[in-house]
Ligand binder design. Structure first.
Ligand code: C2E
Ligand code: CA
Ligand code: CA
Ligand code: CA
Length: 278
């Protein structure tokens, strides 16, 4: 209550200092997180609203920090990218995802594709093909049961590097989807040159899909996907209204809390999130 201008300044500096040291601590701890087994993976269903069954899952990384609890990917992925740690983390993740999906296939649980997010740093490292090839070989999972999610900025950053690597993984049968579609810059003009199978409509459009202007953009993206013969998935679907609007415009693949949150493999297997068992 008796905070003077001077006190505020001190407090403000402490705040900034606190943030900096948290980031530095996380950076230090991230280096050991992989070998200490602190990462785990959750799986969010992509729902086929026409068939009424799951069409796939997106694998999302989680970090259980020994003192700080679960740190959100929004916080640690940028650090992992800056430090390059994202490369071994992605390699680990590809291995885990392929092994789990192979088991699900063998046990007849799910016969669907699981997607893994690919950071631009992984493209820069030029190791994508080797990582994917290794994960598929060691698990025995067929290539078409794995999907890589890339963003528009990756595709635009270095077109030559991206295209050659994408082509090589696609030769293994691996699927590619364009994440957060509509939020990047000026990729529309070259979308036909990038080898992708699927467009993911960004959550920001879905969130405001009660607005006529956003509806027009969604309809436009669905139209582009149809013309280029691509699948389209809507992301961040939270309400029945959003789902109904998307369905009415011909988008049948949905991902979002309305259909299922990211879950542990055991929770996915238990199937409690399935619409037909709700
Ligand atoms: P993203 O690839 O766009 O992933 C979708 C994010 O939206 C996930 O957040 C997911 O939990 C969240 N989400 C899904 N449905 C809904 C919904 O209905 N409403 C809302 N509000 N959110 C929803 P998450 O898991 O926190 O991941 C955030 C971002 O971190 C991801 O965005 C992705 O860019 C990055 N990320 C996560 N895991 C990985 C990874 O293994 N590798 C890389 N490179 N990036 C990752
Ligand atoms: Ca994604
Ligand atoms: Ca996304
Ligand atoms: Ca996003």
């Amino acid at each position: 209550a008796k905070a003077s201008g001077k006190d505020k300044t001190v407090f403000f500096n402490a705040g900034i200092g606190g943030q900096l040291s948290r980031k530095m601590e996380l950076e230090k701890d991230l280096r050991l997180a992989l070998e200490h087994g602190q990462f785990f993976i959750v799986y969010q269903p992509k729902w086929d609203a026409r068939r009424g069954k799951e069409a796939g899952f997106e694998a999302l990384l989680r970090w259980r920090h020994p003192e700080k609890g679960v740190v959100s990917p929004g916080e640690f992925i940028p650090i992992a990218e800056e430090t390059g740690l994202i490369v071994p983390m992605t390699r680990w993740m590809l291995g885990e995802v392929c092994r789990l999906n192979k088991r699900w296939h063998d046990e007849g649980k799910f016969k669907v594709c699981i997607s893994v997010n690919m950071s631009y740093r992984v493209f820069e490292s030029m190791t994508i093909f080797d990582m994917v090839d290794e994960a598929l070989r060691s698990s025995g999972l067929p290539g078409p049961m794995l999907e890589l999610e890339i963003t528009e900025s990756i595709a635009m950053k270095n077109m030559t590097i991206t295209l050659s690597q994408l082509q090589r993984v696609r030769d293994l049968g691996v699927q590619v989807s364009m994440d957060d579609f509509g939020t990047g810059h000026s990729s529309l003009g070259r979308l036909d040159e990038i080898p992708v199978d699927t467009l993911k409509i960004d959550q920001s459009f879905v969130k405001s899909s009660d607005l006529a202007s956003k509806q027009a953009l969604i309809v436009g993206i669905i139209g582009i996907a149809r013309l280029l013969d691509l699948e389209v998935v809507a992301e961040g679907v939270e309400t029945a209204e959003q789902a109904e609007f998307l369905l009415s415009r011909g988008c049948i693949l949905m991902q979002g809390y309305y259909y299922g949150r990211p879950m542990l493999p055991e929770e996915v297997e238990a199937g409690a999130w399935r619409i037909d068992s709700a």
